[in-house]
Design a protein around this ligand. Structure first.
Ligand code: PRT
Ligand code: ZN
Length: 292
């Protein structure tokens, strides 16, 4: 297998939390590539793209140095490495927060109570910046793993670690008191590569596809029947998007209305629609969505 220098290159996590969803999102935008354990590199069969499988910690630097044009990695890692890369798009997976947590039985209530205390973390740079911003002087203890056990070992008074479900904190009798960073997987790019017309064009093609997928995932396709006279009101309720599709029904004075509704306002819109007399509301997931 040969590395093709003409091809665009993207680095994704080899093994870990972001590995499967990263490969999944690339497959979902129609890229055809092989993957099996131990493989470090895969060319796409149907797009001029090579995929490199790396440790997530190395991805920001590889992208910064131009070894790859693009990367998929948690924002937390990008910020901690302070790499010179462009944060292009959030990808909607790997969501977590980098949070400060304290022992549940401690007297610490806010981050200001941690003045002159010890905070253990694997994210010293991000934490340092945060504490400086808040003008809090605390000792940062850099730990590479199992940060959550440090308070019980009296190595630290508090921790600053990634949290998703919060169950790790709970098991260790810790409670979060402050969010330092909200993170999710990001598409990042090498700034130089974005300036080269050919590479930029390929990157944009990938981004359009990714956006199409993300938008689809964040929206639902809604179909309903409604009395003719409710149409105006329904139009006002259906948010943004293009105007809805309206079709006459066999039943007199009734129409079928189809529209796309963003996930975040979905229930709100549903409740309002029902009040207008809309009935037989059917909601289906959207697989892809390309607008403009
Ligand atoms: O081997 P490599 O260096 O590539 O991987 P890694 O072990 O450094 O990272 P990995 O695979 O654990 O995580 C990769 C990325 O996933 C992180 O950089 C984050 O961007 C993202 N992510 C999302 C998380 C979590 N959620 C998460 N919960 N990374 C780690 N965790 C930890 C958390 O700190 C806790 O210890 O998982 C544990 C369970 O969390 P709770 O809150 O669900 O209990
Ligand atoms: Zn890592």
């Amino acid at each position: 297998m040969k590395f093709n220098s003409e091809n665009l290159k993207i680095a994704v996590q080899k093994k870990g939390r972001l590995a499967e969803p990263s490969r999944q999102i690339l497959k979902s935008i129609g890229l055809d590539f092989e993957h099996y354990e131990g493989r470090l590199f895969s060319p796409c069969r149907n797009f001029p793209l090579d995929i490199l499988f790396l440790r997530d910690d190395d991805i920001p630097e590889y992208v910064q140095d131009g070894v790859t044009d693009l990367g998929i990695v948690g924002l937390n890692v990008v910020q901690e490495k302070a790499a010179q890369v462009v944060e292009l798009d959030p990808l909607g997976f790997g969501t977590c927060t980098l949070s400060i947590a304290v022992p549940r039985n401690s007297s610490f209530r806010s981050v200001y109570d941690l003045e002159n205390k010890r905070i253990a973390t694997s994210y010293p740079r991000v934490l340092k910046r945060f504490l400086e911003m808040k003008k809090i002087k605390a000792r940062i203890i850099e730990i590479s793993g199992s940060v959550e056990i440090t308070p019980s070992l009296d190595v630290a008074d508090a921790i600053c670690d990634l949290v998703s479900t919060g169950s790790t904190l709970q098991i260790n009798e810790l409670e979060p008191i402050e969010i330092v960073l909200k993170s999710e997987a990001f598409l990042i790019a090498n700034p130089q590569s974005l300036k080269e017309p050919k590479r930029r064009e390929l990157t944009e093609r990938l981004r359009v596809r990714l956006q199409g997928n993300l938008r689809a995932r964040r929206s639902k396709y809604v179909m309903m029947n409604a009395p003719n006279e409710a149409l105006e009101e329904i139009r006002k309720i259906l948010p943004g998007m293009k105007s809805p599709t309206v079709m006459p029904l066999a039943e007199k004075d009734m129409v079928a209305i189809h529209s796309v509704v963003p996930e975040e306002v979905f229930w709100d819109v549903m409740e309002k629609l029902r009040k207008t007399g809309a009935s037989d509301i059917l909601v289906v997931p959207i697989e892809k969505m390309v607008t403009e």
